[in-house]
Design a protein around this ligand. Sequence first.
Ligand SMILES: *Cc1c(COP(=O)(O)O)cnc(C)c1O
Length: 224
Amino acid sequence: MKTVLEDLHSQINKLNPNVQLMCVSKTHPFEAIKEAYSLNERLFGENRVQEVESKFPKKEDRENDLNLHLIGHLQSNKVKKAVELFDSIDSVDSVKLLNKINTYAAKINKKIDVMLEYNSSKDENKTGFETYEEIREAAILSKQLEYVNLTGVMTIGPLNASENEIRSAFKLVHDVKNKLEKDLEIKIKHLSMGMSGDYKIAIEEGSTIIRVGTKIFGNRDYSK
Ligand SMILES: *Cc1c(COP(=O)(O)O)cnc(C)c1O
């Protein structure tokens, strides 16, 4: 893991040293996370609430600076748990979900970071806002809600696509972020895009956070 991480960081540094690496640890045991943490990684992504609940120590028993983001689709019956367990929910894909997150966050008096997910490849994955109007409505709402803090726009690039298709999808989402900033007169810090197979293209297209799993932790075994 050490050499893979060193290699990744040197590639990131060459392309854009401001880009952050999120280690996507889903399906891998907590030991793997501890190993990455011991190698100075602090930003982690998981896609299931239940898995985090059973895998990680309680929030108060975790390292303070371990920053944990939810990057998978959030069902409304798990919002309460998600608000408690994560530092940020990066996969917000509806206004309804945003309202619900705000409601629970208010109850425990925790201001939580959120990102809005945009669907940049409509046919292949069905998560995320599908039109600019929809994501704009959510961004406007996030400004009004007291307990959510909009920090970014996230997307999953098209899978099994050509480099050109991937690049256009990332460009599109970068444009969406720029347009939101302009229309709403706000600054949106992050553009979370790029995974093991396409992070270089993502960085070239303006990503500020790449989410890398397989390349760091190896293949995932979903049978367990
Ligand atoms: C699993 C996952 C990743 C990491 O994908 P790899 O191809 O293993 O790097 C990134 N983002 C999301 C939303 C994921 O679910």
